[in-house]
Structure formats: structure tokens, C-alpha cells
Design a protein around this ligand. Sequence first.
Ligand code: NDP
Length: 387
Amino acid sequence: MSTRRIAIFGATGSIGVNTLDVIEQLGGRDTFELTALTGNANIEALARKAIDHGAAMAVTADETRYKALKDALSGSGVTPAAGTSGLCEAARMDNDMVMAAIVGTAGLKPTLEAASAGADIALANKECLVSAGPLFIKAIAEGGGTMIPVDSEHSAIFQVFEENQRRALERVIITASGGPFRTKSLEEMRHVDAATARAHPNWSMGLKISIDSASMFNKALEMIEAMHLFGLSPEQVEVIVHPQSIIHSMVGYADGSVLAQLGAPDMRTAIGYALAYPGRPVLSVERLDFAKLARLDFEAPDETRFPALRLARVAMDRGGLQGAVLNGAKEVALEAFIAGRCGFLEMAEITETVMDGLSHLRDATNIDDVFAADQEARRRATALVKG
Ligand code: NDP
């Protein structure tokens, strides 16, 4: 069997490290040929992983760290590269697949480049679809690859989405754990700090995504992503709180059937599914024991305590660049919250004010429109935080 050429964007992060683990579980170099690994500040880890896993190239997004990377790779045979041009070079290495796991808007250009070049995209980065959904869907269609979601909710939907039954599709139901403040009152939520907000009950993730889960901004991003990825109308995207995080999401059809994907909360299942698609891999992850689980609970989401969900609907209804605006403003508010410069509930207030001020922005014609909307949203949110 021929090996699959794969590049891992964001190889030093949580998803990147799990991807390398899954690649080893699936046969390592006998199954995958690593064309490139990319990172940013964490040069030592990037170089070590590139050498250990036999990557052809290692790229740091930070040009000032090129020399450090070159030194760390000296004598290894791995080619060093840096900056956006280095990332885009990695995107064009005749890849069969690219794992898109760079965090933030920095992931947009190289992922778009890889999609246009025809690679299958295993998509973890949220900004690609939230900020630039139509551009990505077009690039994938034109490039001829497939976009396979890695976010556990979208992977779940993808796994039970019957494309040949699209006319009978009624809705997708995205599950949300409810985060650490599921049962807190609005008044209590007003006073929580970043240390409390980062304590996710089920998933082990980075600081920002954990706080986004607590505010449900993460769910808001997922709603927008799902709309673009599966070609849905805003009304077809629902959210249900499911505290155990065992059902990762569902799809409802016109005959009343609901198909769900279940599993232990472990990102390696979704990563493995994307890497082995259209097959299913053998993975050593925890198996569900239903007798031990005993029960699965559900609650309607509360848009008063979690206004991010309402803002997602506003962004989906308005369309255009509202996803980019929501995300840019939210990022600034999130950083302000982490630094103790704004309250937990203020994050949504800031985001909503910025969205209302930029509601006139139309569809992006190219990626520069997305960056311009993102920058303007960040500028306005920063002014609100300072004010
Ligand atoms: P991490 O913060 O753990 O890793 C981010 C990766 O991106 C690292 O390799 C980092 O390099 C690199 N990076 C950081 N800044 C830049 C930049 N400016 N330019 C290029 N690369 C950069 O994130 P995660 O792995 O947790 O998440 C990756 C993406 O996947 C995010 O968009 C996240 O929302 C999404 N996601 C994550 C999930 C999870 O369970 N973790 C679940 C679903 C989606 P370095 O280490 O050198 O700084």
C-alpha cells in the first residue's frame, strides 16, 4: 500500500501532538509520509518532532526564529523554513492531506493554500470556516479535495450525515457540555475569574478554548462552522446541553430519525477518523461502558446566561463577514478577560456592540477582506475594553 503524504500545521499544539500519536498508532512511516511539520514559538519541540518523525521540512511561522530552527535541525536532513511563505510552501508540497491545527487567524492563509492545491483538509482550526466559510468551501470544491472536520462535534455530524439523504435532512443538533458554569446564576457568572472559567468538566484543552467553552463562545463558533461545512440554513443548526459529553452531536431526518455519534471524550477518535477517512482506523482509546455510564442528560441551552449562542444566530442570519467580526471582537474580549480587564459577561457585550457597528460588511471576495474585517473588529473591541 502506498503511503499518504501529510503535513501537520500546528504540530506542537494539543491537536498536533495527538495527530502524531494517532499517526504512530496507524503504522507511522509505513502508512504516512510527513512532508512538513509547522509551529511558531516552540522551536525545540518542533525540531525534535520533525527529526523523530522523519518530516522532510519544519516551518516556524515566526521569521525571527528561523536561525534557531536551522541550528536545531543542523545535520538532521530536515529542511528549515519560516514565515507565511514557509507555511504556504508546506501547503503546496503535493500533500494528500493537511492537518489544519494552527490556532487563530494565522491558520487561514496556509490552509486556504492547501485546499486550493487539492489536499484533503483535516480541519481543527475554527477560524477558517467561522471567518471565511464561503472562501474555504469554494477553495475545497475547486481544489478537488475533501474537508474532514476534526472538531469532535463536526466530526460526529460528518460521521452520521447521509449526503444521499440531503433532501430528508432536517437539522443538526450540536451537543454542549454546558461547561463549568452550567448551573451558575447570572449574578454568580458576573464575578467569575479566568482560573475558574478554564476548568472544563470533561475535556482537557488549552486556556483560550476552555474559557470559550465556559462562555459558550466555542459553541457559537461551532454553530457557524456547521452551517458552512454542511451547507445548512441557520434554522437547521440547533444546540442542546448534554453534560456528559458522550454524544458528540446528532443529525435529525424528515422521518423523525435522529442519528448520533457517541464516544469517550478523546480528540484522537476524531483525528483518527479524519486521517483514515473513508475507512475507520483501529485506535487504542477508551471504549464506552454503557452500564457504568447509566444515564445521559439533556437540557435546553439558556441564551440569557450564555448570550454567545444568540450572537451566533445573529452572525448566521446576517451572513457576510459577521463571523469574522464576531471572532475578532471575541478574541480581544477573551484576552481582556484573561488579563482581568473585563468581566466574564462583558465578553459578549463587547462582541455584540462591535457586531452591531459592523453589520453592514458584505461577503468577502478574498482573504484580505476577511483580515480587514478581523482587524477592524479587533480595533473596535480594544477601544471598548479601554473605554
Ligand atoms: P494549541 O494552542 O495547543 O496549538 C496551536 C498550534 O499553533 C501550535 O503548534 C502553535 O505553535 C501554533 N501557532 C501558534 N501561533 C501561531 C501563529 N501565529 N502562526 C502559526 N502557528 C501558530 O491549540 P490546539 O491544538 O488546542 O488547537 C488548534 C486549533 O484546533 C484551534 O483553532 C482550536 O480552536 C481547534 N480545536 C482544538 C481542540 C482541542 O481539543 N485542543 C478541539 C477542537 C478544535 P507553538 O507551539 O510553537 O506556539
